[in-house]
Each structure stands twice: as C-alpha cells, then as structure tokens.
Design a protein around this ligand. Sequence first.
Ligand code: SF4
Length: 266
Amino acid sequence: MPAASGESHQEWVRPRVLLRRMSSQCAAHGNIWKWTLPAWAGRFADGRTYNACPSAGVCRDLCFARAGTYRFPSTLRAHERNLQYVLDEPDAWKEQMIAELAHPRFQKPKGDIFVRIHDSGDWHSERYLRDWLDIMRTAPETVFYCYSKEITLLEEVARPEAPKNFIWRYSYGGLQDELIQPHHLQADVFPDEEAISAAGLPSQSETDLLCALGPTAIGVAANNLPAQKRKQGAQTFRTLQRAANSRAKKRQRRRQGPNLGGPANR
Ligand code: SF4
C-alpha cells in the first residue's frame, strides 16, 4: 500500500517482528527489548522523504545512529520499514505491537520486562505517541521508557494522561532544549566517562535502565565514533545546543536590523 503504482522500489513487506532484544553492553543487566526507527531524516525506497526526529538539533551531526552499524543497508532498511509501517498502516502496526506484547515471553511479573522505545528515532507525530500510550495500557506489567527531544509533545499529550508504566527522559541536543525544566528527568551526552564523573553524574553505561530508574540527571558517554567525537570535542550536547541557539538568535537579530522602535520612527 505505501507505493503509488508505477514507482520502482522493493515490494512492501510488513516487519515480521517489531521488538528486538537489546544486546549492547549497557543492556546486560535486565530483560530489555527495543523498538527502533531510523535516525533523523532520509528517503524511503519508494522515494518519499521522512523525518523521524523533528526536533533534533546539534545531535543530528553527532548522532550515534547515523554512523557505524546503523548505516549498514540491511539495518537501515529494517528501521525504515518500521517507520513506513507506522506511517502507512498505523492501525495494523498498533494491532501487531499489542499482539506481540501479549506473547508469553512478555508475561512476566511487574518490572521484569523493559521496552526501550526508540533505540533511535523520536516521537514524530501526536498520533504515533497516542497510539503508543494505548499500546502501553494493554501491557501494564511491562515498563516502557525512552529518551526524547520532543518536550512540547510529551508535556502536552503524555504528561496529563501517561500510563504509570511509561517513563521518559529528555535528552539535550535538540531544538526544544530550552523547555527542559530542572525537575524533568534529563540526560546530557558527554565526550567520555571521565567528563561524566567530573560532572558528578551517574553514567548510563552501567545500565540502560538508568534512563527509566535513575535520578533526575544522568550522563551518557558519546559513542566511539571518531568523526563524531572530533566534532563534539570537550563539549556536551547541552553546551553545543546552547551555543547553536545563541548563534541563531544573533543571526535573527542581524536579519531584523536595528530596533529603532517607537512611533517617531515609523
Ligand atoms: S534525536 Fe536521537 S536518533 Fe534522532 S538525530 Fe538526534 S540523537 Fe539521533
């Protein structure tokens, strides 16, 4: 259904499995599953463009999921297929996700199973977020968690009615960083573990579950991707975004010209 007739692209096939076991080192302690979308923007095989991270800021150029194994063609295709499924057949996707979570492998005592939503990607629409909230309500024993840069959407849609088994944490480096409040669960990406210790924060490398179970502020160490690490230097995503915002404001002021204001100058 996603393609207009006559377009040349691979035949659409729904993903057979939606949730995958997390296998990274930081997921060693815990029964953690993940749901992944492609990072930021791209183009589907049928030519349509997408943006799975509408509020990505400086993180776009430093994103771990826009390099390395995430860019292997088969991996990227699988993540794009997930997004395409959500966009083109939201009802079927939702039904399949609910059915998958009802499988006996997810029927464990409360707190034994975790699902990380968005190993990469983010909340790209209100409909998608609302669908996930419905899905979470069908699996109250499972804990769902995510990092996100979509502060407005989560505060307006999820905050008033979030199911108890959903925990989200804002991560710096996005266009809405200035909306993150001191009491919000939050994470910043540091150049390395030493920088996290120097800031007095616990590190996510101990366990990814720190996102859901950790204190208000935690640190995440940048992945070992040489080009990204060079760009980041000694900064954190938060300081880089703040600097980018201040440059953008200066540019805007220059474009607007001097503020001569007042009726006498009209
Ligand atoms: S929001 Fe996350 S996945 Fe998207 S570009 Fe930024 S770091 Fe990457």
